[in-house]
Design a protein around this ligand. Structure first.
Ligand code: GLA
Length: 741
């Protein structure tokens, strides 16, 4: 099946897979521009009539909103540029003209950067278009991959200096999308530590609107994802375009609405903290941006991202394996533990059905609090006399897997590493460093730092039966400057940092292919597609409160699959907000993620233990559909008063579904309420069961066999009599299971 059509006679490319069309044309002046990005259109036809006539080129009619794929500044296009290159004379004007193209089967990798991939050549096709500026000998290769079965296109660029003098890149976007109108709402994920990925939505307005990070990580302030949706678009109807950047550092996602009402979307490394010197013969690769288009609502946009990120971004043996139910000791013990206490927690965990024990912060150096020892990745024998190996073996003998927390990118000033290599910590000599969490960030852009960490961590991971690693990153970068770079290259600092992190991840995941990596940055401060290429799951948030998690997980699901979202049941009162929610509700929320516990199992009452046994049995029974099924958002915490949330997972064959329903506050005298389901087979009959309680009013009303069309048109019956409702209390939840009969 051909996915990319080139029509020589009208110099037009058409990328089409039945889900979407992306049509590009070479203009008369050689510039490359999009003709259409969106609904699938027939191939074998010219769409050049979409070029505004008469086409005079943008230098004849200044400021005309000609649609371009790689806009540059200074020659009549006054919108935000996609590429800015300072040339030897200091000018930045380029005339990028089509030089040639290649269409290749599959998807070539991007050197040094994570990216989506095709497992076989027939899964995708890639178009690479070379644009050249004759005067500066600059060649820009734009890469477009269209996937056969996903409503998405991956776009990146390589910029090459074929000349004899250095060039300086100051803007190198991954994607520019020129859209013919601005009649969109922009949807993005904003937040902070412990309240990551809250959905924000607002109308596009004239001028520029942007989200970005300059903190060194993609950050929780804004996630490198943005969607445009028509104002009438809902979860299951209407047009939406989503863009996610496969990158973990400073980014910019910006939309500009220009005077004629067209919109330009650009996404890539944030130009504000970036400059790159391109020596003769050198090339620069931008990160990849993934664009998803749908005519069927935000839900189907998310489907495209989920599918691609779960199946063709994540890699390694854990991509497809069921992820283990874990217990992490952080909230259970913080820094206060020894070997026996950990083994005691693991022993109870094993009896509950937990599969993996994770030892968090505090096991290394002399780390009894957060003032010391980061960088000293050797065991603290005061706490663990048998070493990591001794502990790991005891845990493994219980029948559990063993996992370990590390924070490779950091160093404490009170550490052996800092004493030996003070210049490895980021900072500007002669200036005070801004303090943050009593720790400093290592200069990951320096190869000797990456080599050192690889050596030390490889030794650690090889020292015992460690099958899981939680890789944390808990500090934003300040005083950005590298002792390893000359003054004129300091603009490369942030990107080189990210490249160094990727390099270390690449080496460790290659040496330890069986280890499951979970990324973390104080929770969700670096939850992005770049990380998912190395670590298939991430700790979604340090906030484990069930009510807060509804918002966080709902927002995260806009772009990221459930198999990537670490979600744990923790103790109450909750450590982040002090809220007391029922144990079952905490689990009912965490089921919709990679499930685990974050508590001291030895402190549980007998009733709690039995509740947890039941939770784990439930999760293991439905793990496949929860981790790999299609996720459907039904009613959201950001809609209306946000009091009710409901979502579901449906298996690919639509024979099984699990639905979570949550009510934050109980209200007196409720009216009728029904949760309509989606994604079922309307002609099938489903046996409905209710967890954890089946013999109350909701249980009795729903525990019957119903048809898919009934469940979609009418829905689950959440309304109960007023008398029963009074007894439900706050933070109520139910999980419904549908099995085809
Ligand atoms: C971060 C993580 C937590 C925990 C602590 C340990 O905050 O997000 O899960 O690992 O660090 O210091």
């Amino acid at each position: 099946m051909t996915l990319i059509e080139w029509r020589e006679e009208n110099r037009q490319f058409h990328l089409a897979n039945g889900h979407l069309s992306y049509i590009l044309a070479v203009h008369e002046n050689g510039a490359l521009g999009p003709l259409h990005v969106g609904a699938p259109l027939a191939t074998g036809r010219s769409y050049r009539h979409l070029i505004p006539r008469p086409f005079g080129g943008f230098s004849n009619r200044l400021g005309d909103p000609v649609a371009l794929e790689c806009p540059t500044p200074g020659s009549g296009d006054y919108r935000v540029p996609g590429l800015v290159v300072e040339q030897p004379d200091g000018s930045t004007v380029l005339e990028l003209a089509y030089r040639g193209h290649r269409i290749v089967a599959g998807k070539p990798p991007i050197p040094g950067l994570p990216a989506t991939y095709a497992e076989t050549d027939d899964e995708a096709e890639t178009l690479e278009i070379d644009l050249a500026d004759e005067r500066s000998d600059l060649v820009v290769s734009l890469s477009y991959t269209i996937f056969r079965d996903v409503a998405a296109i991956a776009r990146s660029a390589r910029i090459r200096n074929d000349g004899s003098q250095p060039l300086r890149l100051t803007t190198a976007m991954s994607l520019v999308l020129d859209l013919p109108d601005a009649d969109w709402d922009v949807v993005h994920l904003a937040g902070a530590w412990a309240r990551e990925h809250h959905v924000r939505s607002r109308r596009l307005e004239h001028g520029r609107q942007s989200i970005s990070s300059n903190r060194g990580t993609s950050s929780a302030a804004h996630n490198p994802f943005l969607a445009l949706r028509r104002t009438s678009t809902t979860e299951d109807h209407g047009e939406a375009i989503g863009v996610a950047l496969v990158y973990s550092g400073n980014f910019l996602a910006e939309v500009e609405v220009e005077p004629y009402g067209t919109a330009r979307l650009r996404v890539g490394i944030d130009p504000e903290t970036f400059a790159w010197i391109l020596e003769p013969g050198a090339q620069f690769a931008t990160p990849e941006a993934v664009v998803a288009w749908t005519g069927d609502g935000l839900g189907s946009m998310s489907d495209a991202f989920h599918r691609l990120f779960r199946e063709r971004l994540a890699r390694g043996v854990w991509r497809d394996r069921p992820r283990p139910v874990l217990v992490n000791n952080w909230e259970g013990t913080y820094f206060d533990f020894d070997e026996d206490r950990l083994v005691a927690i693991a022993t109870v965990a094993r009896d509950l059905g937990i599969e993996l024990f994770v030892l968090d912060d505090g096991w290394f150096g002399k780390r009894d609090d957060d003032t010391t020892s980061l960088g000293d990745w050797f065991v603290d024998r005061r706490k663990l006399p048998g070493g990591i190996d001794g502990l790991a073996r005891r845990i493994t003998e219980l029948g559990l897997r063993f996992g370990l927390w590390i924070e490779p990118e950091m160093v404490s000033e009170r550490s052996e590493l800092f004493s030996a290599h003070p210049d490895w910590a980021i900072g500007i000599p002669g200036r005070p460093g801004t303090e943050g969490r009593q720790q400093r960030v290592l200069d990951m852009g320096r190869p000797e730092v990456v080599d050192h960490l690889e050596r030390v961590l490889a030794e650690l991971l090889g020292s015992g039966p460690i099958t899981y690693v939680k890789w944390d990153m808990n500090r934003w970068i300040t005083e950005p400057w590298s002792a390893g770079l000359p003054p004129d290259r300091q603009g490369e600092f942030f990107h080189r940092y990210v490249l160094g992190v990727y390099e270390l991840y690449r080496r460790l995941t290659t040496t330890f292919p069986d280890v499951l990596f979970e990324s973390c940055a104080s929770g969700g401060e670096r939850f992005d597609a770049g990380m998912l290429a190395f670590a298939p799951q991430a700790w979604t948030s340090d906030d484990t409160d069930a009510v807060e998690r509804l918002k966080i997980q709902w927002g995260t699901s806009m772009a990221y699959p459930l198999s990537s979202m670490g979600a744990h049941v923790s103790a109450v009162p909750n450590h982040q907000v002090g809220r007391i929610t029922p144990l079952a509700t905490r689990a009912a929320v965490a089921f919709f993620g990679v499930f685990g516990y974050e508590l001291d199992t030895t402190a549980l009452s007998e009733a709690e233990r039995s509740g947890i046994r039941d939770q784990i049995a439930f999760y293991r029974d439905h793990r496949d559909v929860l981790q790999r099924g299609r996720f459907v958002r039904l009613r959201g915490p950001f809609d209306g008063d946000g009091n009710t949330t409901a979502w579901m997972c449906v298996s690919d064959d639509r024979r099984q579904a699990v639905i979570g329903c949550y009510r934050v506050l109980n209200r007196p005298a409720p009216g009728p309420d029904r949760i309509r389901l989606r994604g079922l087979d309307p002609r099938r009959e489903y046996r409905v069961s209710v967890w954890p309680v089946a013999d109350d009013a909701v249980g009795r009303a729903n525990t019957i066999v119903r048809s898919g069309d009934d469940l979609e048109a009418i829905g689950l019956l959440i309304d109960v009599g007023r008398h029963e409702a009074a007894g439900q209390g706050d933070f109520w939840s139910r999980v419904f299971v549908l099995e085809a009969v």
